[in-house]
Design a protein around this ligand. Structure first.
Ligand code: ZN
Length: 336
């Protein structure tokens, strides 16, 4: 994989970040203390630009707590910064409604596969029949859960998406963030956060509110890129697909996710890191790297060559996933 380092300076940048943090004592006060262990000692993990805005050269930094291992963007981007980042990603994959699009383009097949996997997890780990989805995006999972017999409701930050699902499908989708007072408390059996927690400014707040809506014994489902997703794939630099800076703010492992759930009144009972998602991370990153910097010469040739190299690493990736060190985690936590 060393050949990949010829085109950029990812590893070098990682070292520079660390030195920067260690040698500028005065700057430490601009970094937040760790929300889990209150440590103020951070180590640079990597940095990268917003790939949705190729001309915007600001670099965003990921740091790891030296005490507990929690990885977060530090310093945290401002609300304005994030708002601009989301506006620039208006073609963000999760906002393409598969239920509205005729035919079967590749992205729709992949989306259907993801939805099917999520429904099978709902069947396997879910209880009752009342479900709330936080951040339903284009609504594909919500629609599928509705067809599978669940009473569904959702919140979605993108108001035009929320309006579209509500008016066109008649499902109870509220625009904005999760808040108290939207529905009766202690009536929900499952709250689903599919690739949402990593985007939230304050995940603990949203988990607290989820706990209020859930019955005792109710469950939260969480899928999230892991701490390993932030740490591995350095050879791909900022083209590593799991970074998605600055929109991804947090990267947990089993220990830190368990602490987060515990603080909100939940017990983490399932933590898996499926191989398929880790493998996807490598192939997606290969595609992004092959198309880097807007170059248009032979991206398919570069991608296939890279995919061949990546495939040789798959046994290692599978082993990591089995050891719960894959790049995306699926977790279930039960309300105490
Ligand atoms: Zn910590």
């Amino acid at each position: 994989m060393e050949v990949l380092n010829a085109g950029h300076k990812s590893l070098q940048e990682g070292v520079l970040t660390k030195m920067y943090l260690e040698s500028n004592e005065g700057l430490k006060s601009t970094y937040e203390p760790c929300p889990f262990c209150n440590s103020n000692e951070w180590t640079g993990v990597r940095e990268g630009c917003d790939l949705c805005r190729p001309k915007y050269k600001k670099s965003f930094k990921l740091t790891r707590c030296s005490s507990c291992g929690y990885v977060m963007q530090n310093p945290r981007p401002s609300d304005l910064e994030l708002s601009e980042a989301y506006s620039a990603s208006s073609n963000y994959d999760c906002y393409r409604p598969a239920w509205k699009v005729p035919g079967w383009p590749v992205w729709k097949i992949l989306r259907a596969w993801t939805t099917r996997r999520r429904i099978s997890r709902l069947r396997r780990y879910g209880i009752g029949h009342e479900m709330l989805e936080v951040g339903c995006g284009a609504g594909d999972f919500l629609v599928a859960a509705h067809h599978a017999g669940w009473n569904v409701r959702a919140v979605e930050y993108n108001s035009s998406m929320a309006d579209s699902i509500r008016s066109e499908l008649g499902l109870d989708v509220r625009a904005g963030e999760l808040a108290l007072g939207l529905w009766d408390e202690e009536q929900i059996d499952v709250v689903a956060f599919w690739n949402v927690i990593e985007h939230l400014q304050d995940p603990l707040r949203e988990l607290f509110i989820s706990a209020r809506y859930l019955r005792t014994g109710g469950r939260v489902f969480i899928s999230i890129p892991t701490r390993q997703a932030a740490e591995y794939g350095q050879s791909f630099g900022q083209y590593w697909a799991l970074l998605d800076l600055p929109r991804h703010l947090h990267f947990y492992d089993k220990t830190t996710l368990s602490r987060l759930c515990d603080k909100a009144g939940f017990e983490l009972v399932v933590y898996e890191t499926p191989f398929v998602q880790s493998a996807w991370g490598y192939y997606m990153s290969s595609w992004r790297w092959a198309n880097r910097d807007g170059e248009r010469r032979l991206p398919w040739f570069r991608f296939l060559a890279l995919a061949l190299v990546v495939t040789m690493f798959m046994p290692v990736v599978a082993l990591r996933a089995m050891r719960k060190q894959g790049f995306e985690a699926f977790a279930v936590a039960v309300k105490r």
